[in-house]
Design a protein around this ligand. Structure first.
Ligand SMILES: *[C@@H]1O[C@H](CO)[C@@H](O)[C@H](O)[C@H]1NC(C)=O
Ligand SMILES: *[C@@H]1O[C@H](CO)[C@@H](O)[C@H](O)[C@H]1NC(C)=O
Ligand SMILES: *[C@@H]1O[C@H](CO)[C@@H](O)[C@H](O)[C@H]1NC(C)=O
Ligand SMILES: *[C@@H]1O[C@H](CO)[C@@H](O)[C@H](O)[C@H]1NC(C)=O
Ligand SMILES: *[C@@H]1O[C@H](CO)[C@@H](O)[C@H](O)[C@H]1NC(C)=O
Ligand SMILES: *[C@@H]1O[C@H](CO)[C@@H](O)[C@H](O)[C@H]1NC(C)=O
Length: 934
């Protein structure tokens, strides 16, 4: 055997490139005795190279592939970078103690780029193994080994020429029963291979050819690389097997004996069939080349992985199955089962995997006829064909989270994510993370597969958005750029993601008013009725909802709030209306934030102030939003002793009359005004003192007795009452002033004739008529008439024609009054007044006689039974007190003293296109009851 080691040092470099392992490895080494083999597990190698050497007699011999197959070693490195070193117990270098204890010592040297210095480990394992069967056969990945009990038939006599001679007894196994141990004096000289023709080889030549031949204390060990010229292939029950058949010749002096040894190991062809999910491995039940009798009894069948037996429970857990029929022993292993590993591959940019597992089958059979048992062990690495494994895209996006979440996988652990391509850019994983994406690699704990997880916020520019019918559609095109390690084989997988998000439309509020109520309509948004309604400052409870005629139909709600409701605020009081506002807010009950705020401002016609014809006025003072501290009960009228007749925290109600509580009275051309104010008395004091600020609260009360020409005004006497009495009514009082052509007052200048051209001294025949009145008890009285040079009745110069119903006494051409009689035109003479004026010119206007002249009159309407009473004579009316007199006149007509005067202009056109404007004054008596006059 010493010659064997003379082969010297060989280098066996095993590149274990496992990129992912970043740590400096602190290697785990363990060893196991697995029957007639031992296994040393090393790993993970973490990208380092492993050199294995065997230690014998204090020197280390590097294991090369050929030395390994010759001497009973095999090494495999799996996906994870873990190495497994198998050694036959009877390897060339084992220290064998009585074929019972076998010690193998290995040195492991790790070196690589990442390590500063090589690491050296030594592992020694002693395995006890005494239960040797007569024959033990091991099929490892790179060698086949047969070890037989070193016994020769006792009656065996070495032939004269053992090498050439044909032993008639060879191949008769029954003879083996009588075998005797060959003692140490015998020496191996020759090996005969049967291929099946015989080939004789000297032992040295055989060793040089790669065969391992050893003589242990009791056994012959023969080891052959998997294929040699001296092996042949045989189809055994459909399974192709490599067969080694030998006879080894021992010689001692003149004695020679020989031992037969045969091994047969399956090769993949015919052994394995694949489906995408299952591996089925067939081993012939009768391995014919190894069986001489044809009759055998199968004593034991064990299944294992990586050289290690599994018990039935473990097998079941891993879903391995074993079945035996007459022809085969069949093992089925699910693809992906525990014990194997996936390897990734790329083909045409598509992801594929293969699955590799190294099952072990161990049989013990006996051939009764020859009383020999055989232990048969096959370590059988199986790799599936490439399986297309298109990765799955799992879109876990929850649109509401506004984040695309996608899972891609599963991939083998040897796949790495390099980059992600988006439509306009390619981002490395680091770029993605810097960009705010989440990129995670998720390793599944038991299947050693991984998935990649990517999260991209909708807000990132790589996400495109389109709007469509109330939706926003977010879409993302991306391509994962992946690599299979350690080959750095790139592949890619495109992914398209789309998420739809309903645009959130908040509820909308609209509203309007009529004379009494605010009407509020809320249209729900996309979130439905998920809000609370605040009206004014309070929540719209069900009680309140009932009060406000609340209605709801699934898409809308509506309610009506009366303008006097406490939820309505008063902003201002205007002459004929109250400016009010209703605030409505929609509140998100979860966040307590307003979704929507809405204010509706409406002017409600004011009924705050009422003026009754009998002189009673009522006023309702309301608390304004701008005066939150106001206590309405403290308000008073101008007269601070006039407080409200009723008040609460929002209102104060005042009742007073025109001649009480400091009410003032004013006359205007077309109306009469009673006025008062409501305010805080202290307030007024303050204002007076400081003279700067406006009062905080001041409500002006004005009662207008508004009389237009279009209003009926009539005189009314009630039989039972001594005084005339006026009430509201509609009707019309019209006074006309005309110029008659002559004193017959039968023909009049028509309206279109004005202005009239008249010569100085030419008489002008004026007639005043109370039009369209059929009330004989009313009389029209002239009060004052005068002339001016322009239409302004108060302009100067002014010439009085009639004063207090009388001709101006200082006028050189005095006005001449003409009596009025009943005739075709005149039904009620008291409704007419006629007077004659001679055309004149103003002194300063002598040179310009073309100027216009305007005549104005004030008239009064009086009770015909009690007219101004001999107007011109009466001592009752003092000159210069016209107002007083007309008022007296009017006031005789009405208790309310609402007589109002008004000007009407008439325009006269003269030949020189000048204008003569005639003004009349007349007096309204107040509002007239309908029954009397229309
Ligand atoms: C070594 O093996 C032990 C047990 O199997 C394990 O806990 C430990 O993590 C391993 N160490 C390394 C460096 O792999
Ligand atoms: C190892 O040493 C023993 C005795 O010292 C010797 O018999 C044997 O041949 C040596 N083996 C090798 C491989 O040198
Ligand atoms: C609900 O009421 C609103 C407003 O009155 C109306 O426009 C809408 O059509 C109603 N919807 C249904 C489903 O009745
Ligand atoms: C005045 O008229 C109003 C309304 O008709 C009535 O309520 C009130 O009592 C009257 N006042 C007087 C003093 O007659
Ligand atoms: C009264 O009549 C005048 C002129 O015809 C008009 O301008 C005014 O608005 C009227 N007033 C009311 C209160 O109707
Ligand atoms: C009319 O004349 C008076 C006094 O001359 C003047 O105060 C007033 O403004 C004038 N009115 C018009 C409408 O011109």
């Amino acid at each position: 055997m010493g010659r064997l080691f003379g082969l010297g040092w060989f280098i066996l470099l095993i590149a274990a490139v496992y990129i992912e392992a970043q740590k400096k490895p602190s290697i785990n080494i363990s060893s196991k005795c697995l029957g007639n083999v031992m296994r040393v597990d090393v790993g993970p190698l973490g990208g380092n190279f492993l050199e294995v050497a065997v230690v014998v007699n204090d020197s280390a011999i590097l294991l090369t592939p050929s030395l390994a197959s010759q001497c009973g070693f095999s090494i495999k490195i799996n996906q994870m970078g873990n190495a497994m070193i198998y050694a036959s117990l009877q390897n060339c270098f084992a220290q064998n103690v009585g074929d019972k204890a076998f010690t193998t010592t290995l040195t492991l040297r790790l070196h690589g780029n990442r390590m500063a210095e090589d690491e050296l480990y030594q592992v020694a394992e002693t395995c006890q193994y005494a239960a040797w069967a007569s024959r033990e056969i091991v099929c490892d990945r790179n060698y086949m080994e047969v070890s037989v009990k070193r016994a020769a038939p006792d009656d065996y006599a070495l032939p004269e020429n053992p090498v050439q001679g044909t032993n008639p007894k060879f191949g008769d196994p029954r003879r083996a029963a009588e075998k005797q141990t060959i003692d140490a004096g015998f020496r191996i000289t020759t090996i005969m291979f049967y291929i099946p023709v015989e080939k004789v080889m000297g032992v040295t030549e055989a060793q040089r050819s790669g065969y391992g031949i050893a003589n242990t204390p009791s056994r012959l060990v023969l080891r052959s690389p998997k294929t040699t010229p001296e092996t042949y292939t045989q189809n055994v029950a459909g399974v192709h097997m490599t067969v080694l058949k030998t006879s080894t010749v021992f010689e001692k002096k003149w004695l020679a004996t020989q031992i037969d040894a045969a091994a047969a190991c399956p090769i993949l062809e015919g052994s394995v069939s694949f489906t995408p999910n299952t591996i089925t491995w067939y081993l012939p039940r009768h391995i014919d080349p190894l069986i001489s009798s044809g009759q055998l009894q199968l004593l034991e069948v064990h299944i294992g992985v990586d050289g290690q037996r599994l018990d039935p429970a473990e097998m079941a857990a891993r879903q391995y199955s074993l079945s035996i029929n007459d022809v085969h022993i069949i093992i089925q292993i699910p693809v992906g089962a525990v014990g194997g590993y996936f390897k990734s591959h790329v083909q045409d940019d598509h992801y594929h995997t293969s699955y590799t597992i190294e099952p072990m089958l161990e049989l013990l059979w006996t051939e009764d006829s020859i009383h020999e048992d055989t232990r048969y062990k096959v370590l059988f690495p199986i790799t599936t064909p490439l399986l297309s494994r298109p990765p799955q895209v799992i879109d876990n996006t929850v649109p509401e989270q506004r984040m695309f979440k996608v899972l891609l996988g599963p991939f083998g652990s040897d796949v790495a994510l390099m980059n992600i391509s988006f439509p306009y850019e390619v981002l490395s994983v680091a770029d993605c993370i810097a960009r705010g994406f989440t990129v995670l690699e998720h390793m599944s704990p038991n299947s050693s597969s991984k998935v990649f997880m990517l999260e991209v916020p909708f807000t990132d520019p790589v996400v495109s958005q389109t709007r469509d019918m109330g939706y926003t559609v977010y879409s993302l095109h991306l391509t994962f750029g992946l690599l299979v390690l350690p080959e750095f084989a790139p592949f890619s997988h495109p992914v398209y993601l789309e998420a739809k998000l309903v645009d959130i439309v908040p509820p909308s509020v609209s509203g309007g008013c009529d004379y009494q109520n605010f009407y509020v309509l809320v249209q729900y948004g996309t979130q439905g009725a998920n809000f609370q309604t605040i009206v004014g400052k309070q929540l719209l409870t069900s009680d309140l909802a009932e009060q406000y005629s609340f209605m709801e139909n699934g898409t809308h709600l509506s309610f009506a709030v009366p303008f006097s409701s406490p939820d309505v605020v008063f902003e201002a009081i205007e002459s004929s209306s109250v400016k009010t506002r209703l605030d409505v807010a929609l509140l998100n009950p979860e966040t307590n934030k307003n979704i929507k705020e809405f204010s509706l401002a409406c002017n409600f016609p004011s009924t705050l102030i009422e003026c009754f014809p009998n002189g009673t006025m009522t006023a309702l003072a309301v608390k304004l939003e701008s005066v939150p501290s106001l206590n309405p009960g403290q308000l008073t009228l101008r007269d601070p002793t006039c407080g409200p007749s009723y008040s609460d925290d929002r209102y104060a109600y005042f009742v007073f009359t025109g001649n009480s509580c400091g009410t003032t009275r004013k006359f205007f051309p077309n109306m009469m005004l009673y006025a008062n104010e409501i305010s805080l008395p202290d307030e007024l004091e303050k204002i007076r003192e400081s003279n700067t600020e406006d009062p905080e609260y001041e409500l002006k009360i004005a009662c207008y007795y508004d009389i237009n020409t279009t209003h009926a005004v009539a005189f009314h006497t009630r039989p039972r009452r001594s005084e005339p009495y006026a009430e509201n009514a509609k009707g019309e009082l019209q006074v006309a002033m005309r110029l008659a052509v002559d004193d017959s007052y039968s023909v009049f200048h028509r309206a279109e004739d004005y202005p009239l051209a008249k010569y100085l001294q030419q008489p002008l025949y004026f007639e005043m008529e109370l039009m369209r009145s059929t009330n004989p008890r009313v009389s029209l009285e002239l009060e004052n008439c005068w002339a001016t040079l322009n239409s302004n009745r108060t302009s100067k110069p002014r010439w009085n024609l009639i004063i207090d119903g009388c001709a101006n006494p200082v006028d050189p051409y005095q006005v001449l009054f003409h009596p009025v009689w009943v005739d075709a035109r005149v039904q009620y003479p008291s409704h007419f007044k006629r007077f004659e004026v001679q055309m004149f010119a103003f002194a300063e206007d002598q040179d310009n006689l073309n100027r216009q002249l305007f005549v104005h009159c004030d008239v009064v309407i009086c009770d015909a039974r009690n007219p101004l009473g001999g107007v011109c004579s009466g001592p009752v009316f003092k000159p210069g007190k016209r107002d007083e007199r007309s008022k007296t006149c009017c006031c005789r007509c009405t208790q309310l003293r609402t007589c109002v005067c008004r000007t009407h202009n008439y325009r006269l056109r003269n030949p020189n296109k000048q204008f003569l404007r005639v003004h009349t004054w007349y007096c309204f008596l107040g509002k007239i009851p309908v029954e009397v006059e229309v």
